[in-house]
Design a protein. Structure first.
Length: 141
């Protein structure tokens, strides 16, 4: 082989290596983004669960503390991924989840208001849950 062929082969191998590395970095980044989104959604669901449990349990109840511990664990995993915008993503996802659940509860409350008084335990729990969700939404903003 002459010198030009060796240089050409070396350049081709270098380009292939750079392409493979870039592809792996892109795949890794998209995998991280998917994981960040998944963790964010899980935290949002736990926020809704916490707001609903606050109407039934005290903050030191095992059910309540378990939800808080799960949220902390997921937040730590997000921080390990070093997602720069994860806090914003968590707030957006949590806000959306809380607003969705609030809407569901308001519909249920309105549907049952014709057959249940506002003093009925079911309606009181729903009212309390709606208030807890509203307070959490205010705290997020």
């Amino acid at each position: 082989m002459n010198r030009k062929q060796i240089i050409l082969i070396a350049c081709a191998v270098s380009l292939l290596s750079v392409g493979a590395i870039a592809t792996r970095q892109i795949e890794s980044k998209s995998t991280d983004e998917v994981l960040v989104k998944k963790l964010t959604q899980q935290i949002a669901k736990l926020e809704v669960k916490q707001a609903l449990l606050a109407s039934i349990y005290t903050q030191d109840a095992p059910q309540f503390t378990q939800v808080i511990a799960e949220k902390v664990n997921l937040a730590q995993r997000l921080e390990q991924l070093q997602s720069q915008s994860y806090k914003t993503q968590v707030v957006v996802a949590t806000t959306n989840a809380l607003e969705s659940k609030l809407g569901e509860l308001e519909v249920e409350y309105a549907k049952d208001s014709s057959k249940l008084s506002e003093h009925h335990p079911v309606q009181q729990i729903r009212q309390s849950q709606m208030n807890n969700i509203r307070q959490r939404l205010i705290a997020l903003h």
